[in-house]
Design a protein around this ligand. Structure first.
Ligand SMILES: Cc1cc2nc3c(=O)[nH]c(=O)nc-3n(C[C@H](O)[C@H](O)[C@H](O)COP(=O)(O)O)c2cc1C
Length: 359
């Protein structure tokens, strides 16, 4: 078994042009270049969650990264969901309910849309990262072909075996197996599956490894050597860490959120559609619980709900209000450390190496 794990890791290291099987997770809203530079300079893979970036900002991020590192990184986008069906009455109901949580909300906020996916994709092609990383679905076949022409590898986030098989058939080079422990949005291709098919890493990684012949990057609940080694033993070729990097000094996270992560037990996180309409794992708060208790209307689909909660989310972020903040967290939040990002990568890599040498 030791040989198999080492071979898997070695193949991934060569493919990704990195020294260690440790990846920073793409996290929209939480991806300053400084974290990626520290991770990449320490031998891991940097990442930018570019969902919220206009094309020019994607290019600027890459420039900032290149100014501080020659390492490799991934650029990540959300594959857009189908346009939600209009329901003006439901939008108005949610707008009224949201007005009790912060600034008055107009039902028209439900019509706000994310930045154009196609133009973001063009900026990514121009930037030529090692990996284009996707979540929430599959890019079109013509996009996959353009990536292949430019030798940009495609890393597809999947949350079930079925999604893994579909991504492999569409030409993915690497699968990111996102277990239900993961912080932030779940990557289910169909938003409706995000809660009903919430598969944990312990089952997802070996099932994918047995059925799909592609390198697997495990993500969700990994934040120290124990969890990283477990994922590698289960069939992963590398690990991708999100919540575990949120408290690093390079991230500059809101201190209230950072402090809360330290004390967040697995059961203190919850999968909620309340913030965006798509299921995501956040720290349990009064806002999250209001949906669980049925005190709020049914969330509108993504991205309508995202628009309707924007005013509250912005106000809560500005005032560090943890009861209303969109404070994402994985179930292993308590394992996150406030050490430097490079330190975390180097220690993990050393412990993985030691484990494999004595296994
Ligand atoms: C604050 C935050 C933002 C995230 N944003 C994205 C994103 O934009 N794209 C994406 O593919 N995944 C996103 N994720 C999910 C991560 O890439 C990864 O799957 C997850 O963090 C792994 O679980 P962990 O938090 O337990 O390490 C986000 C996660 C967090 C915590």
């Amino acid at each position: 078994m030791q040989r198999q794990i080492q071979d898997r890791i070695d193949r991934f290291l060569e493919l990704a042009s990195v020294r260690h099987p440790v990846l920073l997770a793409p996290m929209a809203g939480c991806c300053p270049p400084a974290v990626s530079m520290a991770v990449a300079n320490a031998g891991g893979l940097g990442a930018c969650g570019a969902l919220l970036f206009e094309p020019a900002r994607i290019s600027a991020w890459c420039e900032a990264f290149h100014a501080g590192s020659n390492g490799s990184f991934s650029l990540n986008l959300w594959v857009p969901d189908p346009e939600p069906l209009d329901d003006v009455v439901a939008d108005r109901l949610m707008a009224e309910a949201m007005s009790d949580w912060g600034p008055t909300v107009d039902a028209a906020a439900a019509l706000d849309r994310p930045i154009d996916f196609e133009s973001q994709f063009e900026a990514i092609l121009e930037a030529r990262p090692r990996f284009f990383s996707t979540i929430m679905g599959l890019p079109s076949q013509s996009m996959v072909e353009r990536l292949q022409t430019l030798d940009i590898l495609w890393m597809a986030t999947v949350t079930t075996v079925g999604e893994g098989l579909a991504a492999a058939a569409a030409g993915a080079d690497v699968l990111v197996a996102q277990g239900a422990e993961a912080g932030g949005h779940r990557g289910a291709f169909d938003a409706g599956d995000g809660i009903s098919r919430a598969v944990g890493s312990f089952s997802l990684i070996p099932a994918l490894a047995d059925q799909v012949d592609l390198p697997i990057v495990a993500t969700g609940g990994i934040a120290d050597a124990r969890t990283a080694i477990a994922a590698l033993v289960l069939g992963a070729s590398a690990v991708q860490i999100g919540t575990g990097f949120l408290r690093t000094p390079e991230m500059g996270l809101d201190p209230a959120w950072s402090e809360a992560l330290r004390a967040t037990r697995p059961e203190d996180t919850a999968l909620t559609r309340g913030f965006s309409g798509r299921p995501g794992r956040a720290i349990r708060s009064k806002f999250v619980e209001a949906f669980e208790k049925g005190e709020m209307p049914e969330p509108r689909p993504y991205p309508a709900q995202r628009g309707l909660t924007a005013a509250m989310r912005n106000e809560a972020a500005g005032t560090s209000d943890m009861e209303r903040m969109q404070a994402w967290a994985g179930q292993s939040a308590m394992l996150s450390s406030n050490r430097g990002a490079a330190d975390i990568v180097e220690q993990l890599a050393a412990e993985i190496r030691t484990f494999l040498s004595v296994m």
